[in-house]
Design a protein around this ligand. Structure first.
Ligand code: ADP
Length: 402
């Protein structure tokens, strides 16, 4: 029998998240993460789904090499080791694929070199992705390894949406354009939304609102992305947990010239100390709601600014798409925060979408409609599953040949 398991690796700068899936039924065999790699004490949490009993320990883990070895040892304890003949491939999440990678790609030396060439476009993410790939290839050089890019789903955007209105030569020289991120999630959720409507992806137009700590919106026409809110980097667009999203770029000149701040200081300010945390000192939507209930004005204003921006993007993408079949909410905030969904759609009924308060209040892990029957634009909650999407794309590419 040909192997059917796929290991999905999501390597961050100091963490590795992983899932082992069996693609016969898309079931999880094990999930886990290693955090604080390279720090004084790292933490590993591993859960084999057969028992559901998590194993957790802390010890120093120097680098990604050691982290992956530790993961392999944990998997081996459950008879799921990386040397198993049932392992078909490893699927790697890679944040930036630039213009070169429009689809999942089997990794060879040339592909790895190209991912490295993209590091200046994603200095926080691609180096860790490259390290994860190197380590996994060294451990199983014979095994197909696939890169699944966060940007790939957005490469179908027309130039009118992807280009910034700046000097063309400068833009081309420095590869400046809208790339978009969260593409694996937008692809998965837009397809799952079509399925929820009982239609083929080619036959529906969907606005996907991925609202996690990072947040982005995408306009998807007939299964293809035509616009998205993140840009050259994940800083643009919606108000996020710690990122500002859209603002006048002249703010940066002002902070430099008048505020005397360095480029790195401004980078940190806009990526790590802005968004909800900058506005009210808190980036967890649950805590913000709790503070609002206690009458906290600062939390209220942060929520209102977040919602104002979100609404602007929904309106913009209704205009971009012309006709919209569904608006889908996903990720931590989108899947859980009923108040955010209600407030985002409130007042848009004249444009087609509507939310039924009773349906919106139901908690569930399943994709579901929250709009009343007969709404011109359906509103849905569709839990995202980026690991399943990476495994599915990886297996589709190599499974049949292995
Ligand atoms: P990321 O993958 O970008 O780190 P997630 O998609 O996991 O983020 O979303 C994390 C965010 O989801 C948290 O910061 C929190 O604001 C929000 N969140 C999680 N659970 C809830 C909940 N029950 N109610 C409201 N917000 C929630």
């Amino acid at each position: 029998m040909s192997p059917t398991r796929v290991l999905v690796l999501n390597s961050g700068s100091s963490s590795v998240k992983y899932q082992l899936l069996d693609m016969r039924d898309s079931s999880r065999l094990a999930v886990g993460l290693v955090e604080r790699i390279g720090e004084r004490s790292a933490r590993l949490k591993h859960t084999p789904l057969a028992t559901g009993e998590a194993r957790e320990w802390s010890a120093p883990i120097a680098d990604h090499d050691a982290a992956l070895k530790a993961v392999a040892e944990e998997l081996a304890k459950d008879g799921l080791g990386l040397d198993s003949p049932e392992l078909a491939a490893i699927g790697h999440r890679v944040v930036h694929g630039g213009l070169a990678f429009t689809r999942p790609t089997v990794i060879d030396d040339a592909v790895l070199a190209e991912i490295e060439r993209l590091i200046p476009l994603a200095p926080l993410h691609n180096p860790a992705n490259v390290t994860g790939i190197r380590t996994a290839r060294a451990m199983r050089p014979d095994l197909p390894q696939v890169a699944v890019f966060d940007t790939a789903f957005h490469t179908t955007m027309p130039e009118s949406a992807a280009r910034y209105a700046i000097d063309v030569q400068t833009a081309d020289e420095y590869r400046i354009r809208r790339y978009g991120f969260h593409g694996t999630s937008h692809a998965y959720v837009s397809r799952a939304t079509a399925k929820l409507l009982g239609k083929a992806p080619e036959d529906v137009n969907v606005i996907v609102l991925h609202l996690g700590n990072g947040a982005s919106a995408a306009a998807v026409r007939g299964g293809k992305c035509v616009d998205t809110s993140m840009g050259l980097t994940p800083l643009e667009g919606l108000v996020m947990g710690t990122r500002s999203g859209d603002m006048d770029p002249a703010v940066i000149f002002h902070l430099k010239r008048v505020g005397g701040m360095s480029t790195d200081e401004i980078d940190t300010l806009l990526n790590k100390k802005s968004g909800l945390i900058g506005l009210c000192g808190e980036n967890d939507m649950r805590e913000i709601r709790r503070r609002i209930d206690e009458g906290d004005e600062q939390a209220r204003l942060a929520f209102d600014i977040y919602l104002h921006r979100l609404k602007k993007y929904i309106g913009a993408y209704i205009a971009v798409l012309g006709t919209v079949d569904a608006i889908a909410f996903t990720a931590g905030v989108g899947e859980n925060a009923a108040e955010v969904r209600e407030a985002a759609i409130a007042g848009l009924e004249g444009l087609g979408p509507a939310v039924d308060a009773g349906l919106n209040a139901v908690r569930s892990d399943e994709p579901r409609l929250i709009s009343p029957a007969g709404a011109r634009v359906a509103v849905a909650v569709v839990p995202t599953d980026e690991e399943l999407e990476i495994a599915t794309q990886t297996y589709a590419l190599v499974g049949k040949n292995s």
